[in-house]
Design a protein around this ligand. Structure first.
Ligand code: C2E
Ligand code: CA
Ligand code: CA
Length: 436
């Protein structure tokens, strides 16, 4: 009796342990098991590698084929991973469609990721074959690394780094990458206070007419001065676009510009049209137009005094809302410039349909101007099209007189670049307008 009771107790305990550590769908270990097992392996000497493997669009698979098939698929993926790794390695299912792999000893990362990809990207359940896409994050552990959660986090970060890059099956966590993440979080920690502390300042870069040689426009460019250091917009704008702080910053820049225009109108008879950069995130904010109109009224600005710059990439995105908002902006009387033209993928058809006034030719095309004109240049083709569509053209990043002459010859309207002026502080910009 006693022995039987003991046996039952052991069975019950094992059963509970199983529930706590086994994933019932795949029969593999679960998240808890992964933590325990990797912790043990981290004690062993030698090289260790973590791979986080994620099935892309698993939700769609579930929707299309049902949950039962979805579960079967997870089981099959687990089996294939097991076949691809060594017996001493670990694989567990960490969450829905995410598997954690832990490899002990020397690993050829390129080889193992390829093998996993090959085995899983075409997989069968019974005798039906399915095509899948997987993505992976890889972290090669530091020698003395003992913190399991931190190594998982690093592999997840490596996985996040390839989000949206459909042709890249895996990302590896590197030293450089770690520095980038640290810098990003530094910037994120400083950004909220930066507006309050007035650390952002607006500079203006003149745009000069090729016909009159006079200033006809200017682009407002934001600068961030933190203690005596300048942080480049090339660094912080992409971060703000990712975390949506750009909505706040764009609005702030726009308000400062309106304030400056109001001041200039009191001093000058005529002022150049000022263009302001607007990110896609701002455009998609549902209060965008309402907020921008309100600010405009506050400073007695009319929309004709301002141009909104939207990158070609955001303008041609398939997002139906973007097209709608562009039309609304136009109806309100603002002009619209397409920024970085030539780096996105707009078609002629789109150019004709979009409610735009100005095309800004990206610096990379200006850099490639073939002065000797041995080859036909992209710019000549653009000029031909823009004249037909009645668009104003601005050449960006023009640095020398040869480029200016070339652009004049092809009737580009405005030139913006160091050849005339770098972006100027507001006070210097006003002086510049007075003098020219
Ligand atoms: P962008 O809109 O293409 O701005 C032009 C960039 O080229 C500016 O860099 C400008 O200083 C630089 N540039 C102008 N002329 C020359 C030249 O002759 N040679 C060279 N090498 N560069 C020239 P900046 O100010 O560093 O801005 C970088 C990017 O940051 C901008 O590219 C824009 O995408 C973004 N940005 C700047 N201010 C704002 C803003 O207020 N809101 C948003 N959403 N983005 C902004
Ligand atoms: Ca711009
Ligand atoms: Ca540009």
């Amino acid at each position: 009796m006693n022995r039987r009771y003991k046996r039952l107790r052991v069975e019950k305990r094992n059963r509970l342990l199983e529930l706590a550590y086994i994933d019932p769908i795949t029969g593999l270990g679960n998240y808890n098991a992964y933590l325990e097992k990797t912790k043990e392996k981290l004690e062993i000497d030698g090289k260790k590698t973590v791979i986080i493997l994620d099935i892309d669009k698993f939700k769609s698979f579930n929707k299309k084929y049902g949950h039962m098939k979805g579960n079967e698929l997870l089981k099959r993926v687990g089996e294939e991973i097991k076949h691809a790794i060594r017996k001493t390695d670990i694989v567990c299912r960490l969450a829905n469609d995410v598997f954690g792999i832990f490899l002990v000893g020397e690993v050829d990362v390129e080889g193992i990721t390829k093998r996993l990809n090959r085995k899983i990207s075409r997989i069968h359940i019974g005798d039906i074959w399915y095509n899948l896409r997987i993505s992976m994050g890889v972290y090669i552990c530091d020698k003395n690394e003992k913190d399991v959660q931190s190594i998982i986090d690093k592999a997840i970060m490596a996985h996040d780094s390839i989000k949206g890059k459909y042709h890249v099956p895996y990302g590896v966590f590197t030293e450089e990458f770690e520095q980038k993440i640290i810098r990003e979080s530094e910037i994120e920690n400083m950004m909220e206070d930066a507006i309050e502390n007035k650390e952002f300042e607006i500079y203006y870069q003149p745009q000069i007419s090729t016909k009159t040689e006079k200033i006809e426009g200017a682009e407002a460019l934001v600068r961030w001065k933190k203690n005596e250091n300048m942080i480049s917009p090339g660094e912080f704008i992409p971060i703000f676009e990712k975390n949506y702080f750009i909505i706040k910053l764009d609005e702030y820049v726009y308000e400062m510009v309106c304030e400056n225009i109001q001041e200039m109108k009191k001093e000058f008879k005529e002022i150049p049209k000022i263009s302001v950069n607007i990110s896609k995130e701002s455009l998609l904010d549902n209060k965008f137009l309402e907020k921008y109109e309100k600010i405009m009224r506050k400073y007695d600005i009319i929309p004709e005094e301002i141009e909104l710059e939207i990158t070609e990439r955001s303008a041609v995105s398939n997002d139906i809302d973007i097209q709608k908002i562009l039309n609304k902006i136009k109806q309100k009387g603002f002009s619209i410039a397409i920024d970085d033209f030539g780096t996105g993928y707009s078609s002629l058809n789109m150019l004709e349909m979009m409610p735009i006034d100005t095309l800004k030719i990206d610096k990379s095309f200006i850099d490639r101007v073939d002065i000797k004109e041995e080859k036909i240049n992209f710019i000549e083709i653009i000029m031909f099209i823009t004249k037909k569509l009645n668009l104003r053209t601005v050449a960006e990043g023009v640095e020398n007189i040869e480029q200016v002459n070339y652009l004049k010859k092809w009737n580009c309207d405005l030139i913006q670049g160091y050849v005339y002026q770098k972006p100027l502080k507001f006070e210097e910009f006003k002086k510049y307008i007075k003098e020219i």
